[in-house]
Write a protein that binds this ligand. Structure first.
Ligand SMILES: C[S@@+](CC[C@H](N)C(=O)[O-])C[C@H]1O[C@@H](n2cnc3c(N)ncnc32)[C@H](O)[C@@H]1O
Length: 212
C-alpha cells in the first residue's frame, strides 16, 4: 500500500547513512561489514513501517537483520524506530526487492521473511507478487542451501497462490498454518503492523515456512 508523502522522510534517511543503505549493490558480498558482529543474515522484503524487523533484531541479538523497503516514507518510519532502538544487528535498505541478486552474493543470506506482501490480485500484475517464480529464484540465489523462507499474510487468495507457486517451483514446505493465532506457534510469533491490524479484527493469519 502506498503511504502519503512525508517531506521529512528523505532528509531523515540522508542524515542517517549509518542505519540506511540506499545503494545496496555497492555492498554485495560485504554486508557483514555493516554490522558489529559477523553472524547469520536474515532479510525481510517489504518491511513497511519496520515493527517486525526491529522486534526480531531485539529478540535475536545473535543474528543480523536487514529490512528492505522500496517506499521512502515507510523506510523513514522504520528508521525512526531504529534511531530510538540503535540496534547494532539491524540495517535498513531503501530499494526494490526485485534487485536482490544485485545486492546480495550467493549464500550471503541465511533466511528470508515476507510479511503481508501486497496481493496484486489482477492477473496482469502477477509478476509483482513477491512469491512469483522470478522472486523465488532470487531468494534461492542469495540464500544458503538450508535457508528458509517464512511468509505470513491475511490474504487467502495470495496465500493459495503462493502455495501453488512455491510447490510448482519445487520448494519443500516445513509447516503451514491456516490460523496462526489459534495455535501455540503464536507464543514465539513476532507481529507486524498489518498483522496487528488484521488479527485484532479476528481475521485468520496464514503462515508458511518452506525451503528450496
Ligand atoms: C502491505 S505492506 C506490509 C508491510 C509490513 N511487512 C507489515 O506486515 O506490516 C507491503 C510493503 O511491501 C513493500 N513492497 C512491495 N513490493 C516491494 C518490493 N518489490 N521491494 C521492496 N518493498 C516492496 C510495500 O512498499 C509495502 O510497504
Amino acid at each position: 500500500m502506498r503511504l502519503k508523502n512525508k517531506p521529512w522522510a528523505k532528509p531523515l534517511i540522508e542524515a542517517n547513512p549509518q542505519w540506511v543503505v540506499t545503494e545496496p549493490e555497492k555492498l554485495k558480498g560485504k554486508w557483514q561489514s555493516r554490522f558489529e558482529k559477523d553472524q547469520p543474515l536474515y532479510i525481510e522484503v517489504g518491511m513497511g513501517k519496520g515493527r517486525f524487523i526491529v522486534e526480531m533484531a531485539k529478540k535475536y541479538p545473535d543474528r543480523n537483520f536487514i529490512g528492505l523497503e522500496m517506499q521512502t516514507v515507510a523506510t523513514g518510519i522504520a528508521l525512526k524506530k531504529q534511531i530510538e532502538a540503535t540496534l547494532p544487528n539491524l540495517q535498513l535498505v531503501c530499494a526494490n526487492g526485485a534487485g536482490l541478486t544485485e545486492y546480495f552474493e550467493k549464500d550471503e543470506v541465511a533466511g528470508v521473511y515476507l510479511n503481508f506482501s501486497d496481493p496484486w490480485p489482477k492477473t496482469r500484475h502477477e509478476k509483482r507478487r513477491l512469491t512469483y517464480k522470478s522472486f523465488l529464484k532470487q531468494y534461492q540465489d542469495v540464500m544458503v542451501a538450508d535457508g528458509h523462507l517464512e511468509f505470513k499474510t491475511d490474504n487467502r487468495g495470495l496465500f493459495e497462490y503462493s502455495l501453488a507457486s512455491m510447490n510448482n517451483y519445487g520448494m519443500v514446505f516445513d509447516q503451514v498454518w491456516l490460523d496462526l493465532h489459534a495455535t501455540d506457534a503464536v507464543i514465539d510469533n513476532v507481529m507486524t503492523e498489518y498483522e496487528e491490524k488484521f488479527s485484532s479484527k479476528g481475521q485468520p493469519i496464514y503462515k508458511l515456512e518452506a525451503h528450496f
